[in-house]
Design a protein around this ligand. Structure first.
Ligand SMILES: NC(=O)c1ccc[n+]([C@@H]2O[C@H](COP(=O)([O-])OP(=O)(O)OC[C@H]3O[C@@H](n4cnc5c(N)ncnc54)[C@H](OP(=O)(O)O)[C@@H]3O)[C@@H](O)[C@H]2O)c1
Length: 501
């Protein structure tokens, strides 16, 4: 998240999993967008690693097809040609150490020819099971040593599957390289609105004085997805909504909205404040976790014209699976700013619309003044920050309905990014990849943040596992709210979820 747009240092961009979906769908289109904005290094090469022989021509053709399919803006062939002219395929398999030695030699030669100065950005676009084997080989061959040139490693999500595995992965990676070399990516942080949370809070004098337990009643974070599990049954059934979304995406939103103001806008200060607030999430007992959570699984239904089949009939999903496709949690943060303020988080699949929002509900004004008017209930004051379906910020407040009597109604003031700024559509990976190349890790997760996130969700994982599915609710695909029990999580506190706008 740099202040000025500068060209990154010369470097090689080395993608493990170059034949995969992420590379084709997001990484290459993002590199193309950076190339089109003149934000790639002048001396640059893209190296795609595949385990089985693939020529540079074959890889280039496949990536070109991917770009034309997934580009977010019309493709300028001259820019695409410049990008693809620097693509090389190399065969390497982490289970064959000799192939990594050979890869290192090829990279040495390539970077001499391309004058990239030995700077290497390794991108692990592979299944998580390959993160460590690849990193170990990079370490063994000395490719992670920074001798006058930088070496960086981008690790995709998911980072671990629970607290123990995240800790083990961090410990193993930190034996091979320093923290500053590791870029744990969460693509939510590539979204403009998400980055704007810090600006909204800390560049405007009016919000910070009321951003605390004295004025905020509670905060809701919603990440609803319209799609069902589709062809990702095997991955999803082993993962579930909680692991897939909460310790990473939802906690990124939570930490940005609740962190203390950092002393400086730099990676060290911002990441320390984010880690601190995640560490302050109260770690619940299993019993409390069960009481403060709802999980559900979707049954057959319809969204628009699309029939969604029962989750249990999805290919590669166990017919008696208890994996949740919906999760709602109530959390608290044990610090002075947030003591007593509940945080309600929910995420689910196969819901009516794709929606991502943070809704900050302010405390109600005293009613006394309007006691003798027809008004018996004021509308709720929400500040809503949303990235889906529109990127923007909305403030809901009460106003007088024109006329001789005091009638009050709730109205909305809306800011939409697209009304003010003409940003080119992007994949969301551009800023993140650019930041890796310029060495700015402010938008990437540090080891302590990742572990704090897992620590807070671990009791829910344990409680649900030990409940053996007794707590599992169901909801119809295409419903707007998920399981009915998710409403009870708030109504018992005298609150309710914000309805679809
Ligand atoms: N796809 C997305 O939209 C998306 C979004 C966010 C995050 N992610 C994350 O990105 C990563 C990749 O996802 P994907 O959807 O691209 O998966 P994918 O389509 O299955 O591709 C992964 C690639 O990794 C390589 N690979 C598989 N096993 C390997 C191993 N043991 N060692 C080395 N390479 C191996 C394979 O290439 P070869 O067989 O040619 O070596 C394969 O093409 C995952 O961690 C995923 O969670 C994906």
């Amino acid at each position: 998240m740099a202040n000025e747009r500068k060209r990154p240092d010369p470097c090689s961009f080395i993608i493990f999993g170059a034949t995969g979906d992420l590379t084709h769908r997001l990484v290459i289109p993002a590199l193309y967008n950076l190339a089109a904005s003149d934000l790639l290094p002048e001396k640059f090469c893209v190296v795609g690693i595949a385990r089985k022989g693939m020529s540079s021509n074959q890889l280039t053709e496949s990536l070109k097809k991917g770009l034309h399919k997934f580009a977010t803006r019309p493709v300028d062939e001259a820019v695409a040609e410049r990008l693809f002219s620097c693509v090389t395929a190399i065969e390497a398999d982490p289970s064959d150490p000799a192939s990594f030695d050979a890869m290192n030699e090829r990279l040495d030669k390539l970077e001499k020819a391309r004058e990239t100065g030995g700077n290497r950005l390794f991108y692990l676009a592979t299944p998580p099971s390959a993160f460590l084997p690849i990193s170990r080989e990079l370490g063994r061959t000395g490719m992670l040593k920074e001798n006058g040139a930088w070496r960086r490693l981008v690790v995709e999500k998911p980072f671990g599957t629970d607290l123990a595995s995240a800790r083990a992965l961090n410990a193993a990676l930190l034996k091979l390289m320093d923290e500053h070399q590791i870029y744990r990516i969460d693509h939510y942080l590539g979204k403009e609105t998400v980055q704007n949370i810090l600006v909204l809070r800390f560049a405007n004098g009016m919000f910070e004085p009321i951003w605390n337990r004295n004025h905020i009643d509670h905060i809701q974070i919603t990440v609803d997805e319209k799609l069902g599990v589709g062809h990702r049954g095997s991955f999803y059934d082993a993962t579930g909504a909680l692991r897939d979304m909460v310790p990473n995406h939802l906690f990124q939103l939570l930490s940005l909205v609740t962190m203390e103001p950092p002393a400086r806008f730099d990676a060290q200060a911002v990441r320390s404040e984010k880690a601190e607030v995640l560490q302050a999430i109260q770690v619940q007992s299993e019993q409390d976790a069960l009481y403060n959570s709802v999980r559900g699984q979707y049954r057959a239904g319809r969204i628009g014209d699309t029939e969604i089949e029962d989750y249990l009939k999805t290919p590669d999903v166990k017919p008696d699976s208890t994996t949740e496709t919906y999760a709602a949690l109530k959390l608290t943060i044990d610090n002075w700013r947030w003591a007593g303020v509940p945080f309600y988080l929910r995420t689910g699949k196969a819901l009516t619309i794709k929606r991502t929002e943070i809704a900050i509900k302010f405390k109600q004004a005293p009613f006394a003044m309007f006691r003798n008017t027809p008004v018996d209930r004021l509308s709720q004051n929400y500040l809503v920050i949303s990235t889906e379906p529109t990127e923007g910020i909305e403030l809901q407040f009460n106003t007088k309905v024109p006329g001789p009597t005091i009638n009050i109604d709730g109205v909305e003031m809306k800011f939409r990014y697209k009304d003010y700024f003409k940003a080119e559509p992007s994949t969301g990976y551009e800023t993140l990849i650019y930041d890796c190349m310029i060495g700015d890790n402010i938008l990437f997760q540090r080891a302590d943040s990742v572990e704090a996130g897992w620590q807070a969700v671990q009791p829910f994982l344990d409680a649900w596992k030990n409940a053996g599915g007794r707590d599992l609710q169901s909801y119809k695909a295409g419903s707007s709210e998920g399981p009915e029990a998710a409403n009870a999580l708030l109504t018992r506190d005298g609150r309710s979820w914000r309805k679809l706008g």
